[in-house]
Design a protein around this ligand. Structure first.
Ligand code: MF3
Ligand code: CO
Ligand code: CO
Length: 272
């Protein structure tokens, strides 16, 4: 077990990295509309990180074992794309849904987050998938507290997603994050409530469920990174980086433009 418990100084640096990661998503929001290509969005994100923020795009040339270097500064996953979509000449059109996943490195620490965006007016089913995935992420985050079990997070997400008639992707999970992009522990988005590691104050990890409108099975694209639903159904994902505090949780990937938590969070005590 190699879970890093962050010191107060490291937590402060993670707060800054988290805010900067969220601010990239704020920055890109007005550009996410019909007629733009995913490659143009990537270039805008890259230049904002490097030239305006002075942060490093963590995904650019990221090469975990068994993968070729990732060639872009964000991931753009459109419609039936589940995650890790490589930006390129794909033109966004009215009715599309897109996940943009951005990770910055600021002063050596990673801030990792993603949001869904609507292009024009997606179908009612597409919007319901995106909203349900957002609520699923928050239902997971709501389980974060010292002494709680990591399995509570996956159970909360899976039970809610399946009640909505959707399915949870199994092959990708949340992850510890800090000086390293991906570290222990793994955060499953499915599973049994009474299971998993005990959460301790100072742990920092992501919660980032991938939810499919149809079946849970996925397929890898030939580019070595992109992932799509096997049945071609729509897929959505949201991601925050979260700290376990002495009393509950603190979301670190917050900025002026962070979408408000869903109504169910009004009744939930957090560190903020
Ligand atoms: N940001 C993704 C995550 O949430 C990882 C992307 S790795 C990449 O963990 F290489 F595909 F960019
Ligand atoms: Co991410
Ligand atoms: Co992540």
């Amino acid at each position: 077990m190699n879970v890093v418990i962050k010191t107060p100084e490291q937590i402060e640096k993670m707060r800054i990295a988290g805010r900067l990661g969220a601010e990239v998503l704020d920055y890109i929001t007005p550009f996410v509309k019909a007629g733009v290509t995913t490659g143009q969005l990537d270039e805008l994100c890259h230049d904002y990180m490097v030239d305006v923020q002075g942060t490093i795009p963590a995904t650019l040339n990221y090469a975990p074992p068994g993968h070729k270097p990732y060639p872009a500064s964000c991931c753009t996953s459109v419609n039936h794309q589940v995650c890790h979509g490589i930006p390129g000449d794909k033109l966004l059109k009215n009715g599309d849904i897109i996940n943009i996943d951005v990770t910055v490195i600021a002063d050596g620490y990673h801030g990792d987050n993603s949001r869904m965006f609507y292009i024009g007016e997606p179908s009612i089913q597409a919007k319901r998938l995106c909203e349900s995935t957002y609520e699923a992420m928050w239902r997971g985050i709501r389980q974060v507290r010292p002494g709680g079990l990591l399995g509570e997070i996956g159970y909360a997400i899976q039970s809610y997603a399946e009640k909505q008639g959707f399915s949870v992707v199994r092959e990708f999970c949340g992850h510890g994050v800090g000086k390293k992009f991906h570290e222990e522990p793994q955060i499953l988005h499915y599973g049994k409530a009474n299971s998993g590691m005990v959460m301790k104050p100072g742990m920092i990890f992501t919660v980032e469920p991938m939810i499919n409108a149809g079946r849970k099975e996925i397929r890898m694209l030939g580019d070595g990174w992109g992932v799509v639903t096997a049945d071609h159904s729509l897929s959505a994902q949201w991601e925050h980086t979260v700290l376990v505090t002495e009393t509950g949780f603190e979301v670190l990937t917050v900025s002026a433009g962070t979408p408000a938590p869903p109504a169910l969070m009004a009744a939930t005590a957090s560190a903020h």
